[in-house]
Write a protein that binds this ligand. Structure first.
Ligand code: CA
Ligand code: CA
Length: 236
């Protein structure tokens, strides 16, 4: 046992040394910067069926990211009894698929002014040097963004507790295969000021912070046998 412990300690020491070298490199360039979060986007052999239900095999392959920041004051969001929002992402061919799981204690829809409803907001910069990203504002229960109401790409399920989104992107073929993205949830409740949750912490008031979606090319072998999922599911 002692031998094993010693080996483990040796490995740990080695890892610490590597970490120090890496952090030293980062510190040398930008001491204050917090590295943006990275979400690994797996490639799946069968795209999720966009029906608002997150029971597709593709979603079982990946972990949740969390919209953990209050973007208005830059603090960690802790009031999960009010709202808790998580997401998953996978890719297939030329599309990014997103699943959101939204626990909101009050689902608020303003049919006159949908921009005031509870809503999901995406901010995407797909290409290097693409300083001005694309915004997608998706009010609860709507299938398209306010920016382009004629192009539906969202399906809600479970009374607004879930949604599935398909975004056509080419970033998975870029070098490196990455894109910048932030996900927000604007929580509107009756008689309350809006609260805004984000995946990535705010940086400066003038900049929309982004994390990195990193696309992995290898096809996940555990999803290759699920190619009939959509067809089978339609029989239920
Ligand atoms: Ca689905
Ligand atoms: Ca709400």
């Amino acid at each position: 046992m002692a031998g094993v412990r010693q080996i483990a300690r040796g490995v740990l020491t080695g890892l610490c040394a590597v970490a120090l070298v890496l952090s030293g490199t980062a510190l040398g360039s930008e001491p204050e910067a917090t590295p943006p979060p990275v979400y690994p986007v797996k490639r799946v052999s069968r795209a999720p069926l966009l029906d608002g239900i997150l029971d597709d095999p593709a979603w079982e392959e990946v972990s949740f990211g969390v919209l953990e920041w209050n973007v208005d004051d830059g603090t960690l969001w802790t009031d999960v009894t009010d709202t808790e929002v998580r997401f998953k992402a996978v890719w297939r061919e030329d599309a990014l698929y997103l699943a959101l799981l939204i626990d909101d204690d009050e689902r608020f829809v303003d049919s006159e002014q949908p921009e005031r409803s509870d809503r999901v907001v995406l901010y995407v910069t797909e290409y290097f040097g693409d300083a001005v990203g694309r915004w997608y504002t998706i009010p609860l229960f709507q299938s398209a963004s306010l920016e382009d109401p004629d192009a539906p790409f969202v399906v809600w399920g479970q009374e607004g507790r879930t949604c599935e989104i398909r975004l056509d992107v080419e970033a998975m073929y870029a070098e490196p295969p990455e894109m910048g993205l932030n996900l927000f949830y604007m929580d509107a409740d009756t008689g309350q000021p809006e609260t805004r949750l984000g995946w990535v912490a705010p940086s400066t008031p003038y900049e929309t912070p982004q994390g990195i979606f990193r696309f992995f090319q290898r096809l996940d072998p555990s999803t290759t046998l699920m190619t009939t999922w959509g067809r089978m599911k339609s029989l239920y």
